[in-house]
Ligand binder design. Sequence first.
Ligand code: AMP
Ligand code: GLY
Length: 427
Amino acid sequence: MKVLVVGSGGREHAICWKISKSSKVEKVYCAPGNPGIKNVAECINISPTDLNSLKAFALKNTIDLTVVGPELPLTLGIVDLFQKAGLKIFGPTKDGAMLEGSKVFSKNIMREAGIPTADFEVFSDPEKAVSYVKNRNKPVVIKADGLAAGKGVIPCKTLEQAIEAIDRILVKKEFGDAGDNIIIEDFLTGEEASFICLTDGKTISVLPSSQDHKPVYDNDEGPNTGGMGAYSPAPVLTDEVYTFTIEKVIEPLINMMAKKGIKYKGIIYAGLMIENNIPRILEFNVRLGDPEAQPILSRLKSDLFDLFYLATIEELDRYCLEIDEKASVCVVMASGGYPADYNKGFEINGIKEAEETGDLIVFHAGTAEKHGSLVNNGGRVLGVTSLGNSIKEAIDIAYKGVNKICWTDMHYRTDIGIKACKNYSRI
Ligand code: AMP
Ligand code: GLY
C-alpha cells in the first residue's frame, strides 16, 4: 500500500514513523514533511492547503490512503475533494470538520445533544457582548468562532479583561473573519485531559488517554502555546470519566451529527475539563492532538495503517487496538521567545546522542536543513518522546534525552508529567 500523510509537525512525524512500520505499507509520502520525517517517508514539496496539487499527486502516484494531520485542510474540504476523485482518505468531510472549524457550530451541537459544557452565548455585536459580561458578573472565557491558530481563546478573570477581549476580537478584528462571531462562556475549573477516539460512523475506537501542557512555563504559568509536552496515560481520565465520555459525549455527538445529515468519520478529540470525576467539554478537534499524538502513538502496538484504513472503509469493528502497558512522555523543545517572536536558523546538536540514551525517539516539528546542518525553523522544534515502566521512569528517560540536545536560546518545560506523579501516587 502507498500512503500519503499531509502535514509537517511532530504529530505528522509520529504518524509517518508508525505507519512506516506496517508490513502492509510499501511507501509513505509526506507533504511537505520535515527533516525528521525524511528518515521514514519521502517528503514532497506541496503545501497542506494546496488541495488540488495534493489530489493530483495522489492520483498520479496511485495513493491507497491519505491521512491528514492538521485541521486546516479538513476544514477546507480535502476529504470531499479526494472522495469525489475516487481516492481513499481518512478524516471528516468539510461539514464534519466544522466541529473544530466553528466554535459556534460546535457549542450549538453540544447544547442540542445535551453534552456537558460551559454555559455560553454567541455575539456579533460588541455592545450586546459587553452588556452580557457586565450582567454575568463572573469569570468568562471569550473565544473567536473560527480557526485562529490556537490564539483565539481569551480567559478573562475580570470585567476589564472581558471588555478588552471583546474589543480585540469584534472591533479591532485581531483574528479577521474568524472573529465575526464570539462565544462567551463560563470559566470552568478542574484538570484538563485529552480524550481521543476514531469512528467510522458506527464503531468507536478509543486511543489511550493523554494530557497536554498548554502554558509555556513550569507550573502552568505564562501564555498558552500549541502544547509544551504531553504524557499518556493520564490518570485523571479514570474509568468513570471514560465511560461517561463515551456515553454522554461521543455517542450523542455522532448521533446528533447524523441527525443533521453529517456522517462523521475520522478522529474525535474531546478536550475535557474534569472536576470531581465529571468531565465537561472545552472543545472538539477533528484530528490528533499535537503533542498528544507523540506519546499516544508511541504506546500503540497495533498497526496504525490498519486503524486508519479500516475506519475509512467503515470496517473499524474488525480492528483490534493493542496498547503498550508502558507510559510515554513527550517533552517539547521550543525556540527562544516562543510563543512570541523567535529567531530561526540556529544549529541543533545532540539528537543522535539523545536517541542513544534509552527508549526514546526525537520527533521533529519546526526543523530545517541549512548548509548540511539541522537548524530550528519554527516555534515548537522537537518532541523528545520516551517509553518507561511508569510515568516517573518515562519522565527520567525523556529528560536524559533532552539534556543531550542544544541550540542557541532553546527552552522547554522541566515539569512535563509531574502533575500525574503528584496527584496520583499509584504511578
Ligand atoms: P479551546 O481551544 O477551546 O480548548 O481552549 C484552549 C484552552 O483554553 C483550553 O485548553 C483551556 O485551557 C482554556 N479554556 C477554554 N475554555 C475554557 C473554559 N470554559 N474555562 C476554562 N478554561 C478554558
Ligand atoms: N495539543 C493541543 C491540540 O493539539 O489542540
